[in-house]
Design a protein around this ligand. Structure first.
Ligand SMILES: Cc1cc2nc3c(=O)[nH]c(=O)nc-3n(C[C@H](O)[C@H](O)[C@H](O)COP(=O)(O)OP(=O)(O)OC[C@H]3O[C@@H](n4cnc5c(N)ncnc54)[C@H](O)[C@@H]3O)c2cc1C
Length: 398
């Protein structure tokens, strides 16, 4: 059974891996001309997705590319910096969580599949015609082909979703903020530490994965309404950042000055996808394309891995009966997806504190996390809601 997957980042290659393992014949089409190697940001694999990575025999590869961010340092204007172990902040037991650059993770999944799976880089689906027995697909570059099924694993701004379900705006819910990531020189020599600085309505952080020379500057700010800019107008986006971060001290002026020379730059709304169903006929979606809880606030990489694994597992369990499999897949994911929406909406407020009082409260939690013994510290971080969402998930074995 031939299955076309759009997107070769996280969900796409994981889906391809499991489909191939179950005897399906996946093809992956990726718009980028090659695997992305510049830019990107750190992502997290939490407990249930680590189990899937382990079943794929890739745990050692993933752990070898851990960003090595062992500490978070909270900078505060006019107050002493507070340093805390990252594991304490996240409330995770060492060995049960990995922070890794998304591009490194994609490469690991790609390497594990490239000999068995057909990859077509530098192309994109142009049209999808869903028929009774097959889906006819045309591409921007390649010749038209027919597949038994098509899966969109092409991220928050999914092309497959637009082609099959319609315009994105009908499914997005604005969570009241913006996020930006820029590749910048590591002038602080931050090999194992992330620094973070918050002021009411805005937050800035900087980290450098241990195996990269450059650093990433992350900016997040609150906005009660959607801002007016074009998605591809990076000049305007940088202007917006400068406006919103004006007057913030510490490293902010230097990082804002680096924006113009940044070799990679990302800016987006923090929006959440809310689709009642993400399968139609012979087409389904997975990862951010289907159920993104919000970029940078939902730890959604774990959800991308789990969703891809479940979708492949259900297709195998149903012997390729896509109607039964898609229904079962969405049912299996429903609670997790619903939980992630609430979680992300809470996280936006935590990550971008709205008031000085919230910043002060966050600093007190950090201070306690630093001094408490491991058990109570884990409990406190759970109360502060860092990873509870993922801890509750039980992934079905196929
Ligand atoms: C700034 C930022 C910070 C984040 N921080 C974290 C974090 O700390 N922890 C965490 O767990 N998660 C984080 N995330 C979320 C994480 O990056 C995503 O959840 C994860 O990458 C989703 O994987 P995916 O494969 O579903 O989609 P994506 O990684 O978005 O990949 C989609 C793929 O589809 C391709 N594509 C797009 N359009 C087409 C097309 N027309 N045709 C073919 N291919 C196409 C893209 O090039 C890309 O390769 C963050 C996200 C952002 C933006």
């Amino acid at each position: 059974m031939r299955i076309l997957i759009s997107g070769a980042s996280v969900a796409g290659p994981v889906l391809a891996y499991w489909l191939h393992r179950y005897g399906f014949r996946p093809t992956v089409v990726e718009r980028a001309p090659a695997l992305r190697k510049t830019g990107g940001h750190a992502v997290d694999l939490f407990r249930p997705s680590m189990g899937i990575v382990e079943q794929m025999g890739l745990l050692k590869h993933v752990q070898a590319k851990d960003t090595g961010a062992q500490r978070v340092t909270l900078l505060r204007e006019g107050a002493k910096a507070i340093r805390v172990d990252t594991a304490r902040v996240l409330g995770v037991t060492p060995g049960r969580h990995v922070e890794i650059m998304r591009d490194d993770l994609s490469e690991i999944f790609y390497d594990a599949t490239r000999h068995d799976v057909e990859y077509a880089f530098g192309d994109s689906i142009a049209s999808i015609e869903d028929g009774e027995d097959e889906v006819k697909v045309t591409f921007e570059r390649a010749e038209p082909r027919a597949f038994a099924l098509v899966v969109g694993a092409d991220g928050l701004h999914s092309n497959v979703r637009r082609l099959v379900f319609g315009e994105e705006r009908q499914f997005t819910h604005f969570l009241g903020g913006y996020v930006s990531v820029a590749t910048v020189p590591d002038h602080l020599g931050l090999s194992n530490e992330m620094i973070s600085l918050a002021a009411p309505g805005r937050m800035m952080a900087m980290y450098s994965p241990r195996h990269l020379e450059e650093a990433r500057a992350t900016f997040m700010f609150h906005s009660p309404h959607r801002l007016d800019y074009h998605r591809h107008d990076t000049h305007r986006q940088k202007e917006l950042l400068r406006e919103h971060f004006a007057g913030l001290g510490s490293e902010a002026p230097r990082l804002l000055a680096e924006l113009d020379g940044a070799p990679a730059f990302y800016f987006d709304e923090i929006t959440q996808l809310r689709m009642e169903t993400w399968s139609r006929g012979r087409v389904s979606l997975t990862g951010d394309a289907a159920y993104c809880p919000g970029p940078a606030v939902g730890a959604s990489t774990s959800m991308a891995v789990i969703g891809a694994y479940v979708l492949a597992g259900e297709l195998a369990a149903a012997g390729g009966d896509h109607t039964a499999a898609f229904r079962a897949y969405e049912r299996e994911m429903a609670d997790y997806v619903r939980g992630s929406r609430d979680y992300a909406a809470r996280m936006v407020k935590q990550v971008i504190p709205g008031t000085q009082a919230r910043i002060w409260a966050g600093a007190q939690i950090f201070r306690l996390l630093d001094v408490l013994p491991a058990g109570p510290a884990r409990l406190l971080s759970k109360l502060a809601d860092t990873t509870g969402l993922h801890d509750k998930v039980n992934v079905k074995r196929y």
